[in-house]
Design a protein around this ligand. Structure first.
Ligand code: PLP
Length: 414
């Protein structure tokens, strides 16, 4: 949580809500209160309409046709890449690879960077708070290349212990891969510092931006990161589309991840020549509608203003943290000074699944479980948490309902 951020007093969440038809859903006679935004965000009408328009008027395969529809589809697909490039301030569209999501983007880098640059005994640094999708691909790669994972720990507030960071580097270190905002703790990691330190050893850095792309302005040139990955569905776009940003000089050297159509210039049985960037990493028919829907989502956010969004969501986080802290039986897991709008909590002697089920009867959607971060649960010696994660379409009134809902849960179990 960052109390120093300017509060967006004029942010009109009620008006914004009109853009999201699903928010009118009634759940067992109650208004839906959607606090599962870290898992996936809801889609504004403009995204839904754009996908419909694509299938009604533009549907065709890309890059391979000379006919009218194929030219439109190709144009729109490549326009989407341009929008992504501008949204994160990459230098060129060659550095924007469309993937299925964050998970596939990390798997791509783990495989291709691993095959290209990692040999026996080399080391990769990740942290104790990574999502499983920023752990398991590296484990698979390390198994394949006989390399080793080094883990940067966090403290009981959920802040990375940076004093330990530099100690992890040696001549075998080849890459650092770190989450920007933790999906289970909410911690905003000091990624600029993390990148700068790695670069002082000439080591590239991958940033898992799955939870930061929708909450903060990302400028990959300013950050200096070598790879940045995110998912469309967490940034108000469709599922099945995601982005790998990678510096051209690295992507150029890396071997392809998958083989097939579109990723080649020419194929013979004796020699295949791979395509230029970014197509070298986009084998097969891509998710054209997904990319076009993502463009629409990014434009929607840009119109509202990501800084406005960020400060309003921070206001919600401060409000919710103060409110939930009034409940004596409740303990917040993840109390870093800098947090995104995510609150994980536990209640004395009540399992998170029971909390989630009772809250669902009140129409409140929260997520319960380990949130694909089992090492985080292990750190706190807990099996699971309940997580409420906020978006700019949420309101303080909804947080009041969550507060009341938690009181009901405690009453049921008392
Ligand atoms: N990294 C983080 C921090 C996440 O929160 C998530 C999803 O929750 C992922 C990676 C994986 O994203 P996806 O399932 O969209 O590939």
């Amino acid at each position: 949580m960052n109390n120093s951020k300017k509060i967006a007093v004029n942010f009109n969440a009620q008006k914004i809500r009109e853009d999201f038809p699903i928010l009118n859903t009634r759940v067992r006679g109650k208004n839906l209160i959607y606090f599962d935004n870290a898992a996936t965000t809801q889609k504004p009408s403009c995204v839904i309409e754009r996908i419909k328009k694509y299938y009604e008027h533009e549907n065709s395969n890309v890059h391979r046709g000379v006919h009218y529809l194929s030219e439109i589809a190709t144009h729109e697909y490549e326009n989407s890449r341009e929008t992504v490039k501008n949204f994160i301030n990459a230098t060129s569209t060659e550095e924007i690879v469309f993937t299925r999501g964050t998970t596939e983007a990390i798997n791509l880098v783990a495989y291709s960077f691993g095959k290209t640059f990692i040999s026996e005994g080399d080391e990769i640094i990740i942290t104790e708070m990574e999502h499983h999708s920023n752990i398991v691909p590296w484990q698979l790669m390390c198994e394949d290349r006989k390399a080793k994972l080094k883990i940067l720990p966090f403290d009981d507030n959920g802040e990375l212990i940076l004093d330990e960071y530099e100690k992890l580097f040696n001549e075998k270190t080849k890459l650092v891969s770190v989450v920007h905002i933790s999906n289970s703790l909410g911690t905003i990691n000091p990624i600029k510092q993390i990148i700068d330190i790695a670069h002082s050893y000439a080591i590239p850095v991958l940033i898992d931006g799955a939870q930061s792309i929708m909450h903060s302005k990302i400028d990959v040139q300013d950050l200096g990161c070598d790879f940045f990955v995110f998912s469309g569905h967490k940034v108000y776009g469709p599922t099945g589309i995601g982005v790998l940003y990678g510096k051209k000089e690295l992507l150029d050297q890396m071997v392809p991840y998958q083989g097939g159509g579109d990723m080649i210039k020419s194929v013979t049985f004796s020699k295949t020549i791979y395509n230029d960037l970014p197509y070298k990493f986009e084998a097969g028919t891509p998710n054209i509608a997904g990319a076009i829907g993502l463009k629409s989502a990014l434009e929607y956010l840009t119109n509202i203003g990501i800084e406005q969004i960020s400060s309003y969501e921070n206001e919600l986080l401060i409000y919710a943290t103060e409110k939930l802290s009034q409940i004596p039986q409740l303990k917040i897991i993840g109390t870093a000074k800098e947090k995104g709008p995510i609150i994980s909590f536990i209640l004395d002697n009540i399992h998170p699944h029971d909390i989630g089920t009772i809250l669902d009867y009140e129409g409140i959607a929260v997520r319960t479980g380990h949130h694909c971060t089992q090492p985080v649960m292990e750190h706190f010696k807990i099996p699971a948490t309940t997580r409420a994660s906020f978006s700019f379409y949420n309101t303080k009134e909804e947080i009041d309902f969550l507060f009341e809902g938690i009181q009901k849960v405690i009453k049921v179990f008392s």
